[in-house]
Design a protein around this ligand. Structure first.
Ligand SMILES: *Cc1c(COP(=O)(O)O)cnc(C)c1O
Length: 290
């Protein structure tokens, strides 16, 4: 799958951003987009090597991970099921999940908390099912994300990414360390109180020396926006001809613009921003973006 992986480096074109190149993981696939493919790649391999033909996973009703898992399973000829947090709803994301053949089990917020128990109760007796944690969090996901580093120039000075759980960031830092690069990894948590990301990364890397956390660009928390961010999204898309999503990548690019305007970087330093995809997130905020 994706043997001809398409993730080029594109330079931004607005005069204030010409220092920035974007690693276009959003172009890998419209549905298995960005870091979700990186995270699922080795999960899929492990599942196959264990002769599992049914992936069972977890997420909210607007989860990029659910759509990605549904699409990947359809391509790979596997069955997929998701426990969806909260009461039964319909939206564009879940429509795509269903079209890709995913079975959805809506689960109250209380019982959703114990994922292992849910899996055991519904699928424990079935040998062919494979548990995939929310967002794909796993050592396999870290390995998959570390591979991104090998696709970037070795002399990259600053690499930026947005973080939810921090698994992607952990993989990137691991890749930087494995290749003994001098690159600094700048992480923009999209949740409030993003300091926990450092601990998450430490679990997988053993050192956070080359990590810079920018915890002040969460805009109130996960999937929260304000008029300044909405205005930024519209302006950026127009100026660059590149879509960004309101939950993750817009907060990263906002941070980059802000740091550039404060002359944070030395002149001519090489900056790469990882576009982690997630563009379907626009559908979850269409009323705000209209
Ligand atoms: C899921 C997602 C992330 C967050 O990845 P983590 O590994 O949980 O930090 C970032 N960007 C996009 C577009 C995503 O869909």
């Amino acid at each position: 799958m994706f043997k001809d992986l398409y993730s080029p480096l594109h330079q931004l074109q607005h005069p204030t951003r010409t220092q920035i190149q974007v690693k276009r993981d959003d172009l890998i696939d419209p549905y298995v987009s960005g870091n979700k493919w990186r995270k699922l790649k080795y999960i899929l391999e492990t599942a196959k090597s264990l002769h599992k033909n049914h992936l069972v996973t977890f997420g909210g009703a607007y989860s990029n991970h659910l759509v990605a898992t549904a699409a990947v399973c359809a391509k790979a000829g596997l069955k997929s099921t998701a426990f969806v947090r909260g009461e039964s709803v319909h939206n564009e994301m879940l429509l795509l999940c269903r079209l890709f053949g995913m079975e959805l089990i809506f689960t109250g917020r209380e019982s959703y908390k114990n994922k292992a128990l849910l899996f055991e109760q519904h699928f424990g007796a079935l040998e062919n099912t494979y548990f995939v944690d929310e967002g794909g969090a796993s050592p396999e996901a870290v390995t998959g994300c570390a591979e991104i580093i090998a696709e970037l120039p070795d002399d990259t000075e600053h690499l930026f990414c947005a973080a939810g759980t921090g698994t992607t960031a952990a993989g990137l830092l691991k890749g930087i360390q494995e290749r003994k690069l001098k690159t600094l990894l700048h992480v923009i948590p999209v949740l409030k109180g993003g300091d926990f990301i450092a601990d998450e990364i430490l679990k997988h890397t053993g050192s956070t020396e080359q990590l810079v956390l920018h915890t002040e660009y969460h805009f109130g928390g996960y999937a929260k926006t304000n008029p300044a961010l909405i205005e930024f999204i519209k302006r950026f898309i127009k100026e660059e001809g590149m879509l960004i999503d309101p939950v993750y990548t817009s907060k990263m690019f906002f941070a980059l613009d802000d740091l550039l305007s404060k002359n944070y970087f030395a002149k001519n330093s090489k900056i790469i921003a990882l576009h982690t995809g997630g563009l379907l997130g626009i559908l979850g905020m269409k009323d705000k973006l209209l």
